[in-house]
Design a protein around this ligand. Structure first.
Ligand SMILES: Nc1ncnc2c1ncn2[C@@H]1O[C@H](COP(=O)(O)OP(=O)(O)O)[C@@H](O)[C@H]1O
Ligand SMILES: [Mg+2]
Length: 224
């Protein structure tokens, strides 16, 4: 599913260069639930952004379900994101003017799915995350946990190959965090591939494999 070899990412130029990732090699199989852990600044988000096709590496190779990510342009990159990847963020990233259902339907609208069909599919995804009754509410009318459920439904709507979550519980209280993790576990049991960044041990414990990073390097991988 995901195969990276000797991934490097350097920010800036000349004397101000920062090496955010150096020689990261990983293999993640279909259906895995992986947590990436590490202190602030260890390169977790940089890695996620590259794996999620939001950024490209300075050097090294990345194969996502057999497709090489390095040699493609921005337009193809966004097409791959739309087709193969779902994102969940710490701050939810919902559009405030749209209802839950409209937010979830948005990725389908980008792929030119008919409006009626997109609405129906969005409703089915909201049902899956337990929010059917809130479909017509806007984000500000919902709790943090409900907003994250909407974001999870949106991440699922395109049937992505893999879901990336960067600190998905970072803005939630402890009880809500565990409810969201239960939902992610259910998705894993249903066969979804999940890669999650967290700095909390009790959140990482839900994953089946933990990759630890320090200063841009993988220092431990329970899957190896
Ligand atoms: N856009 C950027 N420009 C310059 N340096 C960056 C940028 N993004 C991240 N960095 C640096 O790269 C390193 C890794 O950052 P990041 O991947 O955000 O770590 P984490 O998510 O683990 O906190 C840090 O030293 C950070 O300061
Ligand atoms: Mg980060």
């Amino acid at each position: 599913m995901i195969r990276v070899e000797n991934l490097c990412r350097t920010y800036g130029v000349g004397e101000t260069q920062v090496s955010a990732l150096s020689n990261v090699s990983l293999h993640i199989k279909e259906g895995e639930f992986v947590a990436v852990m590490g202190a602030s600044g260890s390169g977790k988000s940089t890695l996620m952004n590259i794996l999620g096709c939001l950024d490209t590496p300075t050097s090294g190779s990345y194969l996502l379900s057999g497709e090489s990510i390095k040699e493609i342009d921005d337009v193809s990159l966004s097409a791959i994101r739309n087709k193969k990847i779902g994102f969940i963020f710490q701050t939810f990233h919902l559009l405030t003017r749209l209802s839950a259902q409209e937010n979830v339907a948005l990725p389908l609208r980008y792929t030119n799915t008919a409006k009626q069909q997109a609405s129906e599919r969005a409703m089915a995804m909201l049902d899956k995350v337990g929010l059917r009754a809130r479909a017509h509410h806007k984000p500000f009318e919902m709790s943090g946990g409900q907003r994250q459920r909407v974001a999870i439904a949106r991440a699922l709507v395109n049937e992505p190959k893999v879901i990336f979550a960067d600190e998905p519980t970072g803005n939630l209280d402890s009880k809500t965090s565990h409810e969201i993790m239960e939902l992610l576990c259910t998705l894993h049991q249903q066969g979804h591939t999940l890669v999650m960044v967290t700095h909390e041990e009790d959140i990482a414990a839900y994953a089946k494999r933990i990759i630890r990073m320090k200063d841009g390097v993988v220092i431990e991988d329970s899957g190896c």
